[in-house]
Design a protein around this ligand. Structure first.
Ligand code: RP5
Length: 191
């Protein structure tokens, strides 16, 4: 079965809308997504949400999909195999357990694949971290930190890649980072 299109874009959809749709559809349509956020299970969505939110904040068209390397390998191959032709430029893969999602995706495309390990088992994400970061030589996967910080950084890394050829995005990214610095400088501690 052909995988349905699923996209995230501003404004942020509420979860009721998101989850009322097909299990594989977790967002609204964006006609020309540049970043594809793929997760191995709907249960990964909460962890990947910071990535989607940052992409939206930076006005980067994106789409989000649930596709599993071991449960829907044919649909995953189709998705990755057509990603570049559809205009996608960076792929983010989040998965837990023996997380081969990012590696399988990287094997099927020359688009950069950024991996987010997810704590989904009693090993608390160390299993997925090692699965993702220990890719054998020749098929690179850029692995970020376990969990939500890694998801946020995957989106920022994707933004940095895209900003190499998009001056307006570079300015938005610079402003985003400056705002984070300002937050630190304005921090107030309890008396
Ligand atoms: C992985 O197994 C998924 O990426 C998820 O992190 C984990 C558990 O999946 P579910 O059992 O919640 O579908 O494939």
């Amino acid at each position: 079965m052909r995988a349905a299109a699923n996209v995230c874009q501003t404004p942020v959809p509420d979860l009721a809308l998101v989850y009322s749709m097909d299990l594989r559809i977790i967002g609204l349509m964006s006609e020309h997504p540049l970043v594809g956020v793929v997760m191995g299970s709907k249960s990964d969505y909460d962890v990947l949400l910071p990535a989607i939110e940052i992409l939206r904040t930076l006005e980067i068209p994106c789409e989000a999909r649930v596709l599993s390397a071991h449960r829907t390998p044919d649909q995953l191959f189709e998705y990755v195999g057509t990603a570049r032709a559809r205009g996608l430029r960076v792929l983010i893969a989040g998965a837990g357990g023996a997380a081969h999602l990012a590696g399988v995706m990287a094997a099927k495309t020359l688009l950069p694949v950024l991996a987010v390990p997810i704590a989904a088992t009693s090993l608390n994400g160390l299993d997925s971290l090692l699965s993702m970061v220990q890719m054998p030589k020749g098929i690179p996967v850029g692995t970020l930190a376990i969990g939500k910080p890694g998801a946020a950084n995957a989106a920022l890394f994707a933004a940095e890649i895209l900003a190499l050829t998009d001056e307006a995005l570079y300015e938005r990214l610079a402003a985003w980072r400056a705002a984070r610095a300002q937050e630190v400088l304005e921090s107030k501690l309890p008396d």
